[in-house]
Design a protein around this ligand. Sequence first.
Ligand code: AOF
Ligand code: ZN
Length: 351
Amino acid sequence: MNAFDRRMLRRAIALARRGEGLTRPNPPVGAVVARDGRILATGFHRVAGGLHAEAAALAALPEGAARGADLYVSLEPCSTHGRQPPCVEAILRAGIRRVAMGARDPNPRNAGGGIAALRAAGVAVEEADGAEKDAARELLRPFASFWRRGRPWVRLKLALSLDGRIAAADGTSRWITGPAARKDVQAWRRASDAILVGAGTVRADDPSLLPRPARGRQPWRVVLQRKHPLPGNAKVFTDAARERTLAMDGGDLLRVLRTLAEKHGVLSVLCEGGGETAGALLAAGLVDELLLFYAPKWLGGPRGATGSAFFSLAEAEAQGFGWAGRPKRFGDDWRMRLVRKESARETDGTD
Ligand code: AOF
Ligand code: ZN
């Protein structure tokens, strides 16, 4: 793949991101049709049941206009009939000469089938490598988790003081981080199919848990309940989106996650606390990605960020988190991302 091919694949991945949080239980997918170094059309998957990315890009062109062109797509084109006809057929009908694709499809119905069908019909298929392959896989992790592990990809977001507290010793916790960091959190909410918190957080903060601006997103709001009764008059149970709030028994977290995938098509979960819920997820080995926002404030006090959960050094080693990307500054705050290496192995596939 040359530099132009790589650029077009990155463009396809960026297009796919516009559908993130909208497509469940389908993956976000983006596509570009190009010829002679020029983009002819673009498309992305907007909603399950709607046009696939490749079909959307090809449909934007007049009959015959894509003949001999290259198609760049973030995911292997599908080869079977679902709610939509197979994209492989649309690609062949359009006379595409070559397909450059990001990641293989983890859905067993389509896995490998698109590559084989296209090659059998004489279309050249190239799979991404290097940075583009990594980016395509990263984008696909929630969908791959859904198919390969039967549960969503779980991100834990924490707003932390320099010394790792999520609340001051007097209990106040609002606005540890600044507006720029909070704006980034809204983007993570939009990319997530469910926002999860413990009942204690709902009682203490009465959050709406909806992305602002929503940009068409309607994530599930999941409130985990263990010992204490749910605050029935909280926003999540009474506002206009109350139909999208699920109260679930937080005793068996893996079961909660499996249920979210199976019953509600949830590919990705963003946990926003509180400390006990964060600690329980970590202790159960169910945190796939950490989003840590550090504010330049020292709070001190007796309680760590994960409630009563604590780990020995050996246990902490076994958590297996690795740095993902570079730290990024948002106003006065720094964001660190980490991914559990085991989670990446489980979802990224072996090809
Ligand atoms: C693509 N491009 O944009 C998407 C694909 O029920 P359907 O027909 O929408 O099929 C859903 C499956 O198709 C989904 O699980 C995944 O394997 C693939 N999704 N494929 O080539 C797309 N959304
Ligand atoms: Zn398709």
